[in-house]
Each structure stands twice: as structure tokens, then as C-alpha cells.
Design a protein around this ligand. Structure first.
Ligand code: HEC
Length: 106
């Protein structure tokens, strides 16, 4: 098989795999993804497992952490923040979407 052909097949496989990955998101996680991309990626990376231009990676954030940080700009008792700063303004407009955000970020 020619090199070009192998590259083509590899690319097709990679595309297919990433498409599947997206399809495995539950409807709630899909919604969370939309909210995340719309409200959070000005500062956090579009891939939540990576540090963003301003904010840290937030993959795996618990509901408790999201509620404290996103709604009140604080942290759950005893939580050690990833950054010592307080740059992020609270985002109360996503209060109703926290379960969806949690589902997407987990
Ligand atoms: C204006 C930029 C900005 C926006 C918009 C923003 N964040 Fe942040 N976020 C930050 C920064 C910077 C930090 C680090 C702590 C700090 O300085 O406030 C942070 C920290 C966090 C943390 C705590 C991480 C940890 O474990 O210590 C969570 C959770 C979080 N952001 C979630 C979100 C979510 C969800 C959204 C969208 C609804 C969002 N952020 C929107 C800038 C932002």
C-alpha cells in the first residue's frame, strides 16, 4: 500500500473515531458542551482537560465546585483551588445549566 493511501485511511479512521466519541455524549452532556463552548471558552480551553488562555483545566469538576465557583466565585469548604487568583467573574446566567455542565465535564 502506498504511503498516501495509508495516511488517507488513518485520517478516515481518526475522523470516524472522533465522530463516535461525540455521539457517546448523553443529551444532557451535549447541552453542557454547548453551554461550555458558549460561556466558558473565552477563558478556559475548548478541550476542558487542557489549560485555557486564562483559566485552568476544569475537566472532572464536581457539582459542588461548579456551584461555588460559577455561581458565587468561591470554593467548596476544604477545596484546594488550582489557582490562587480570583480572576473569574461569577457566571450566574448558567445556574440552570450546572447539571448539564457537570455531565459534560465529568
Ligand atoms: C473571564 C474568564 C473566565 C470565564 C468566562 C470563565 N472562567 Fe472559570 N476560571 C477562570 C480563571 C482565571 C480561573 C482560576 C481562578 C481565578 O482566578 O478565578 C477559573 C477557575 C474555574 C474553576 C475552578 C477550577 C479549580 O479546580 O480550581 C471552575 C470550576 C471554573 N473556572 C468553571 C468555569 C465555568 C463552568 C465557566 C463557564 C460557565 C467559566 N469557568 C468561565 C476564568 C474564567
Amino acid at each position: 500500500m502506498s504511503r498516501g493511501r495509508v495516511a488517507l485511511i488513518t485520517a478516515a479512521l481518526a475522523l470516524g473515531l472522533s465522530a463516535c466519541e461525540r455521539e457517546t455524549l448523553s443529551p444532557e452532556a451535549q447541552r453542557g458542551r454547548q453551554v461550555y463552548l458558549g460561556q466558558c471558552t473565552a477563558c478556559h480551553a475548548s478541550d476542558p482537560s487542557q489549560p485555557g488562555p486564562v483559566g485552568p483545566e476544569i475537566k472532572g469538576s464536581s457539582r459542588e465546585l461548579l456551584e461555588a465557583k460559577v455561581l458565587r466565585g468561591s470554593y467548596p469548604p476544604g477545596y484546594k483551588p488550582k489557582r490562587p487568583t480570583a480572576v473569574m467573574p461569577p457566571q450566574p446566567q448558567v445556574a440552570n445549566d450546572l447539571p448539564a455542565l457537570e455531565a459534560y465535564l465529568k
